[in-house]
Write a protein that binds this ligand. Structure first.
Ligand SMILES: Cc1ncc(COP(=O)(O)O)c(C=O)c1O
Length: 416
C-alpha cells in the first residue's frame, strides 16, 4: 500500500535513516499507530485520548500548567505564543546566537513588540551575565525569549540560569525548546519558565507537524473566556482553553498526529526522563568524539554542545557532497547548514556545516556507530583525508558508561 503510494507520487521507496535535526526518525511503534483507523476529532474516544496526551505531556514539560497542542509547525506555534504574550509596544529582550533566535526576534517585531536584542556569536552559548546586565537595565521589558537548543549551531543555551534572571527581574521567560523537549533536561515549573514550546518530531521522535505549547499554571489560570477572540481566533490562548470543538480546541485537530505524539510521550515516560536525558548526552558526546577523531571540527566548544544535535565543521564547499554521498551510498540523511543574513552578511556557517541530529530513537550506539562508519567511508570521496577512526572514538565513549546504562539501553531495544 505504502509502496504503491510512493510510486504513484514518484517518491523513492528507499528506506532512509533520519540523522536529521528534524524531522527525526519516528519510533516504529508510532508508525504502527498510524495504521489504525482514523479517529474523528470529537466523541468520547477522542476526548479520552486527547486529555490523556495533554496530561502525559505535562509530565514531559514537568509542569502543572496547561498544554495547547497547536496543529502547526514550530514557527507557527512560536507566532501564536508571541501573539498572546507580546502586545504592540511591549519591550521584550530577545536572545539570539543563531537562526532560530533570529526567528523569535522576527516574531516579536511582527506582532509590534520592541525587541531588545542580545546577540552572542554563532556557535557560542548565551552568557547569563550579559543577559543579567541587560535584564536589570531594561526595567520595562516584559519578557525574555530564548531558544534552548539552537538547531542551527548545536548549541545548548543555559535556560535554567536565564529563567532565574527573568524571575529575579520580574519578566516572563519564554523558551523555544523545540529541538530539546524530551532530549535535554528542562524543568518548566522548577525553573520558573512561563511558556515553553516543544515539537513532536525532534527529540520525542513522533511525526511532524504538531507543536505542544506548555503554559505555566499562573498564566493558564488567568486566561479568561472572551466574548470576542483575537483575530485570527485560532491563535488565541483563550480559545484553546475555553472553546470546545470535540475536545477543548477551537479548530479541527490532526487526530492521528496527536495519537502518534501520545505514543511518543508514553515511550519517553516509560524510559524515564532522566535516562533519556542521559542517553542524549552520551550520544552527543560519542558523536562529537567520533567526528573529532576523524579530523573534523565541532562548531561549539564542548561545554556549550547540545545532546540532540551536532554541527560538524566541514571544508568549505564539501557540505552537500558529504550529505549527498551519505544518502546515495548509505541512505542516511543529515542536515545542511542553514545560513542566514546578519547585518547584511551571509553567516551561520553557510556551506561549511553538516548538522547531524541524534534525537529520540537514534540517540544510541545502534545508530551513531553505523553513521560514523558511513561517514568514514564517504569523507575521502568528498576530498577529506580521514585522520583516525570515528567509530573507535565513539565506542570508547559508550564503553565508559556504567553497566546499568548499557543494560537499560539493551532492555529498551529488546522491548521494540
Ligand atoms: C529551535 C527551533 N525553533 C523553531 C523551529 C521552526 O520550526 P518549523 O520549521 O517547524 O516551523 C525549528 C525548526 O527546526 C527549531 O529547530
Amino acid at each position: 500500500m505504502l509502496t504503491w503510494c510512493m510510486e504513484d507520487w514518484k517518491i523513492s521507496s528507499k528506506r532512509r535513516l533520519f540523522m536529521l535535526p528534524g524531522p527525526s526518525e519516528p519510533y516504529p511503534e508510532i508508525l504502527d499507530k498510524l495504521q489504525n483507523r482514523v479517529l474523528p476529532h470529537y466523541g468520547p474516544d477522542w476526548d479520552k485520548a486527547f486529555s490523556r496526551v495533554r496530561e502525559d505531556l505535562k509530565k514531559v514539560f514537568q509542569t502543572k500548567g496547561g498544554i495547547i497542542l497547536y496543529p502547526g509547525s514550530g514557527e507557527a506555534a512560536t507566532h501564536m505564543v508571541v501573539a498572546n504574550m507580546v502586545k504592540p509596544g511591549d519591550q521584550v529582550i530577545t536572545l539570539t546566537n543563531g537562526f532560530f533566535g533570529d526567528y523569535i526576534n522576527m516574531a516579536v517585531e511582527a506582532f509590534g513588540g520592541k525587541s531588545i536584542l542580545v546577540r552572542e556569536s554563532f556557535g557560542k552559548a548565551m552568557d547569563p551575565e550579559k543577559v543579567r546586565k541587560v535584564a536589570v537595565k531594561e526595567k520595562d521589558a516584559k519578557a525574555i525569549c530564548v531558544v534552548h537548543v539552537e538547531t542551527s549551531s548545536g548549541v545548548e543555551n543555559p535556560i535554567r540560569e536565564i529563567a532565574e534572571i527573568a524571575e529575579e527581574t520580574g519578566k516572563a521567560c519564554i523558551v523555544d525548546a523545540i529541538a530539546s523537549l524530551g532530549g535535554s533536561e528542562l524543568r518548566m515549573d522548577n525553573w520558573n519558565i512561563d511558556i515553553c514550546l516543544g515539537y513532536a518530531s525532534k527529540a520525542l521522535g513522533s511525526i511532524h507537524v504538531l507543536s505542544p505549547i506548555a503554559v505555566s499554571k499562573e498564566i493558564w489560570d488567568s486566561i479568561e473566556e472572551k466574548s470576542q477572540y483575537m483575530t485570527p481566533f485560532f491563535i488565541d490562548f483563550s480559545a484553546w482553553k475555553h472553546m470546545r470543538w470535540g475536545g477543548t480546541h477551537p479548530v479541527t485537530m490532526p487526530t492521528m498526529n496527536v495519537l502518534a505524539l501520545g505514543e511518543a510521550v508514553k515511550i519517553a515516560l516509560r524510559e524515564g526522563l532522566r535516562n533519556r536525558f542521559r542517553r542524549h548526552d552520551v550520544a552527543g558526546k560519542a558523536m562529537r568524539e567520533g567526528v573529532r577523531a576523524m579530523g573534523l571540527g565541532v562548531l561549539p566548544e564542548e561545554e556549550d554542545a547540545a545532546g540532540t544535535i551536532t554541527a560538524v565543521k566541514v571544508p568549505t564547499g564539501a557540505e552537500n557532497r558529504i550529505r549527498n554521498l551519505m544518502m546515495e551510498k548509505f541512505n542516511i540523511m543529515m542536515g545542511a547548514s542553514l545560513g542566514g543574513l546578519v547585518q547584511g552578511k551571509e553567516t551561520y556557517g553557510k556551506g561549511e556545516l553538516v548538522r547531524i541530529g541524534h534525537m529520540g530513537l537514534v540517540a544510541s550506539p545502534e545508530y551513531i556507530v553505523p553513521t560514523l562508519a558511513a561517514l568514514e567511508q564517504v569523507l575521502p570521496e568528498a576530498g577529506f583525508d580521514v585522520k583516525g577512526s570515528g567509530v573507535e572514538a565513539a565506542l570508547e565513549v559508550f564503553k565508559q558508561q556504567p553497566k546499568e546504562w548499557i543494560n537499560g539501553l539493551m532492555s529498551r531495544l529488546m522491548v521494540r
